[in-house]
Each structure stands twice: as structure tokens, then as C-alpha cells.
Design a protein around this ligand. Structure first.
Ligand code: BEZ
Length: 249
């Protein structure tokens, strides 16, 4: 993202579930006391705190200054860093990432930076959106944006949602051996209407159209999705698909 589209207050209200649902990937990481761990795309640090509680020595990095301000306010050592441009050299026992890698559209550059940041034998454990992630939401956004602007497949320019075989091949090409990797369907109840999800979590997709059009696109996409993702009590569920992996150097 070229500008900071993350608003910490809006994120707290509409997207707190992102870190709340991070326990599964934390279990795969199994952080040990004394380990030096890089949290790549740490956001406001809610999950980073759990690594610290486990006794790890953690550095958080994120491309969003607003999110890093939130992490620092929790007392976390954190810096604004683009995940495509990591410059660490054999400093970490593990690199961890939750719900961030799908924003990084040059995955080979990210994986190369992670490999360089790890000590020999270090591990890379992460979860992010995999193939089929938010498929209905992507289709609705794509269709409404194309109808209003002529731009085709707008979400594809923003998100990287690979299959396990694609991502595994990228990890192996960088020297990792993949110990486990899985696509995990995770229909996720959201705490708001779909419009608020779109404004918060699809902000960079909405930002690809003229500012005056964004409310229309948000509302039309929400109505297209209502029959599939909203139940008769008005509760919305987002069609998440997680890709989780553990890889070692
Ligand atoms: C995800 O965590 O899978 C996700 C977050 C924001 C937009 C799309 C997907």
C-alpha cells in the first residue's frame, strides 16, 4: 500500500477478531522462552503480546505507521518496515506472521528477506489468506467495480491468496523445507455489517476507485452478498480460507 489505509480505531472496532483467531498459528509456532522472534506484519501488536508472554524476545514490524504506533503503545519493540524490504541478517530463531502475507504482492522478495533474517535451522510459521479466501466478497467487489468503472479484477491487484502448492514451491525455491502446510476453511462471524468489513479490511481495494464512488461500491457489494453471507437474524459471516504453514531452513 502506498499510503496508510489502516486506522487503528476502526480496526479495533471492526477487525479485532483477526488477532483473536490467531491461536491456531501460535500453536504451530510454539514460541519458547528466550527465542528471538520477528513478528512480520505485527499490526497493533495484540498477538505479538502473546509471544512476549511466552517469554520470547520479540521485534514487531509492519508497513503501517498507525499500526506500529498501536504496537508501541503496548510497550512492544516495533518498527515501520515494508515486508518486501527486510534487511535483517541471521538474527532470528523464528519469523512469525498472522494475516499479513496476503498484502505482500511480491512473495518471493518477502520469503528471501525472511530466509536471510533467520539463523541457520530457523523456522518460518505463518497464516494468511489462501486460495479461495473471501471468494464471494472478491467476486462481488470485482463485479461492482467493473460495472461502475470498467476496471477488471480490482481485488487481484491487492491480495495474494495462493494455493498450498504454489506457496510451498516458493518456500522451497528459497531453501526452506516445508514441514506442514494446509488450507483451512474458516467461515468467520464478523461484528458488523459487511459494509464496515469492506471499509476496514478491503480499504485498499476501495481506494483503487474514485473517492466519490466508494460508498456506492461498498453498498452495492454488500447487497450482492446479503443472500449468501447474512443470515435471517442479520448476522454476517465472511468466507475466510486460511493458508497455514511451518517451514525450516
Ligand atoms: C484475511 O485475513 O484473509 C483478509 C483480510 C483482509 C482482507 C482480505 C482477507
Amino acid at each position: 500500500m502506498t499510503q496508510d489505509q489502516w486506522n487503528a480505531d476502526r480496526y479495533e472496532k471492526n477487525a479485532r477478531f483477526v488477532s483473536d483467531l490467531g491461536q491456531g498459528v501460535l500453536d504451530w509456532l510454539a514460541p519458547q522462552a528466550g527465542e528471538r522472534i520477528l513478528d512480520l506484519g505485527c499490526g497493533d501488536g495484540a498477538l505479538t503480546e502473546k509471544l512476549i508472554t511466552a517469554g520470547a524476545d520479540v521485534l514487531g514490524v509492519d508497513a503501517s505507521p498507525d499500526m506500529i504506533a498501536g504496537a508501541k503503545a503496548r510497550g512492544i519493540e516495533a518498527h515501520v518496515v515494508d515486508g518486501h524490504a527486510l534487511t535483517f541478517d541471521a538474527e532470528f530463531d523464528a519469523v512469525f506472521s498472522n494475516a499479513a502475507l496476503h498484502w505482500m504482492k511480491k512473495p518471493d522478495a518477502v520469503i528471501a528477506g525472511v530466509a536471510k533474517a533467520l539463523k541457520p535451522g530457523g523456522r518460518f510459521v505463518a497464516e494468511f489468506g489462501g486460495h479461495g479466501n473471501v471468494a464471494a466478497i472478491r467476486t462481488a467487489l470485482s463485479s461492482v467495480i467493473e460495472a461502475r468503472t470498467g476496471i477488471k479484477n480490482a481485488p487481484d491487484a491487492i491480495w495474494y491468496f495462493p494455493s498450498t502448492s504454489e506457496h510451498q514451491a516458493r518456500l522451497e525455491a528459497a531453501g526452506f523445507s516445508v514441514e506442514r502446510i494446509a488450507l483451512i476453511p474458516r467461515p468467520t462471524p464478523i461484528p458488523s455489517e459487511m459494509g464496515a468489513w469492506l471499509e476496514t479490511l478491503a480499504a485498499p481495494v476501495l481506494a483503487s476507485v474514485d473517492e466519490n464512488l466508494r460508498p456506492t461500491i461498498r453498498d452495492e457489494a454488500q447487497e450482492l452478498l446479503r443472500s449468501a453471507l447474512c443470515d435471517s437474524d442479520g448476522n454476517w459471516t465472511a468466507d475466510y480460507m486460511r493458508l497455514r504453514f511451518e517451514a525450516r531452513l
